[in-house]
Ligand binder design. Structure first.
Ligand code: PGA
Length: 264
């Protein structure tokens, strides 16, 4: 039985990864807006490359589309060549930031401890963190999915200052690594089980505030399967890579979430 015990707003986030110049990003938004005139009752976030952020912030203005970044450093400034800080992102008009995406963990050796520092800094500087967690194929086969989710989630939440724990801004993205970019999404029921497990871990750490945390599913989400995920009680939206790169496909996703009322 599905019980709407909270008023969590559905959230659909695009993760463009290392795609799109600023000019391409602008073209996307202009075309996308012709397709999706206005959206009420849900949040739509574009996590763009750093170089497109300023241009997009000016373009998006106060509309329903919001801006996200894909990574950040935990210090506010310092000798960290190539890094970007939370105050820099804030100034660029960013509201959300992905933390601990599996590609960062895999290719850039990001550790749980680093995600904890980033989570703390994002909250401290008023960005809404989207913490990405998920097991890889081997871990799933070995029956370690819950252990991995526990380690990645509680390890990162460890970094959250006590005063930030009750904040409503936190978002968790459950992204099984084996489903990312493979065209093979998790089964809806398995994603739902993982999401409710994540919610139970949140309850242990955050208490009542756990009910306010939005949990997304990510990994090969497309128009053909999105409502199978967003229709689940503990899943409040999706984090979308490949299917967010074409404006007409991403528009279809937005419409699918809207027409299912955010959840089924
Ligand atoms: P995908 O990527 O939708 O292309 O599988 C999701 C992600 O990496 O966040």
């Amino acid at each position: 039985m599905k019980v709407m015990e909270t008023s969590r707003r559905p959230l659909l986030a695009a993760n463009w990864k290392m795609h799109k110049t600023a000019a391409e990003a602008e073209g996307f938004i202009n075309r996308f807006r012709q397709n999706v005139a206005d959206v009420k009752g849900m949040d739509v976030v574009i996590c763009a490359p750093f170089t497109a952020l300023h241009r997009l912030a000016a373009l998006l203005g106060a509309g329903f589309l919001q801006l996200g970044a894909q990574n950040m450093h935990w210090d506010k400034d310092g000798p960290f060549t190539g890094e970007i800080s939370a105050p820099m992102l804030k100034e660029a008009g960013v509201r959300y930031v992905l933390i601990g995406h599996s590609e960062r963990r895999m290719h850039f050796a990001e550790t749980v401890e680093m995600t904890a520092r980033k989570l703390n800094a994002a909250s401290h500087f008023g960005l809404q963190p989207v913490l990405c967690i998920g097991e890889n194929e081997k871990q799933r086969q070995d029956g370690r999915t819950e252990a991995v989710l526990r380690e990645q989630l509680l390890g990162a939440l460890d970094g959250l200052a006590e005063r930030d724990k009750g904040e409503a801004g936190l978002v968790i993205a459950y992204e099984p690594v084996w489903a990312i970019g493979t065209g093979t999404p998790a089964r809806g029921e398995d994603a739902a089980i993982a999401a409710s497990f994540i919610r139970s871990l949140l309850r242990q750490t955050l208490g009542e505030a756990a009910a306010k945390v939005r949990i997304l599913y990510g990994g090969s989400v497309g128009p053909e399967n999105i409502t199978d995920f967003t229709g689940r009680p503990d899943i409040d939206g999706a984090l979308v890579g490949g299917s967010s790169l074409k404006d007409e496909v991403f528009a279809e996703l937005v419409k699918a979430v809207l027409s299912s009322g955010g959840r089924g």
